[in-house]
Design a protein around this ligand. Sequence first.
Ligand SMILES: [Zn+2]
Length: 463
Amino acid sequence: MKINFFGAAQNVTGSKHLVEAGGLRILLDCGLHQGRRREAYELNKTMPFAAASIDAVILSHAHADHCGLLPMLVKQGYKQKIYATQATIDIARLIMLDSAKIQLEDFERLSRYDNPGNEPLPPLYSIEDVEETCQHFAALDYGVWQDLNDECRFKFYDAGHILGSAATVLEEKITQGTKRLLFTGDLGNTHVPILPEPAPIEEPIDAIISECTYGDRFHKSVDEANDFLIKLINDAVKYKTKIIMPAFALGRTQEVIYILHKLFDQKKIPAIPVAIDSPLGNSVTDVFKKYTDSFDEETAKDFPNHESPFMFKNMKQVTSVDDSRALERARGPIIIIASSGMCEGGRILHHLEDSVGDPSAVIVLTGYQAEYTLGRKLLEGVSPVRIYNKLHQVKARVVTLNEFSAHADQKGLKRYIEALKGLKQVFLVHGEERQAAIFKTALAADRPDLLITVPAPKQSWEV
Ligand SMILES: [Zn+2]
């Protein structure tokens, strides 16, 4: 078995690992590179392998950095199946359609300006390419083996990261027995609402490709995070604050709605208006409502009587552009939740443009902020920042709320990896160099028997 690392190698975006096993070329994820615009565009435009040479794609989950380049793969000649859970298939379609729409809108908007040396980038793919891609999807449940040929098969386990997320066990028959590779995709955090924890792996595993986004960190407890949110919102009432929350449309938006709903029900925070200004987030929430069977026991306890966690009386789903714009005139206290989560596009930009210079506003970053994104600049206190081609001084207070992260922290990652039977080799991906190095040291201290590698982009390794 050979693994070629093409994306999310020493960074967190563009997840893409090509495994050669049983005479097949199997692609694990096909995600978009994000970050510095032109650099990411070049990486996205040219696939590092011939699309038609791939025999199967296995998709871990529907975040754009894992599925967002599938339409490009199909456009460039991929003809085979794309395996994923049904929830991932439902959500991935929405995510890819949104990506195609944003690429077109960005291109059209920037084409209106004369910007020598910084010409607009044509969309990578169209809505038609996305619909064509969806024809390739094949649904697979957790816990069921899927044969790829006589020598190779795979099985999904719940990764507990977002709805539908799967860790993949890929098995290859060899003359001396079997070789098994585990790919975590993104691995869930324990104790976050809605989804169960990552499922334990039954089979002995020879090698793992593991994410390590928060390999350097220990999340605070959810109770501490709740207390932080309660204080923030009670202060907002006192000072009539506008709270702007950039949130990933998939996962974080639903979690934040859930937590606010619960805190309102428990009367820990006053019922201030909450606007969900994310058409994609609202569509994803509708998919969540279809999969209530996948929710954890805690959800049933928090919301007895089959009440939906995703709707409460002071919450409003904003759809039209006019209503979205009108929110700029709204006075605090109000919470506005919009995407994208890393502030790279979407409606969050006009809310930030409006509020970033307002010393009375609070910006709450709710998820991972990749290098070179606007969200990362806000996180690091950079000022001024560029929004819609104009520089703005940052006067609003910027705070982070990482505790609801959908990613396991160092403790969670170590526990998951150390529970595997027969493990010999570890490949750390989906983490920036620093995080990966810190996690490698921490894991090696516990398990000197493991061969741990942080592969560089385009490196190949034998298992
Ligand atoms: Zn993810």
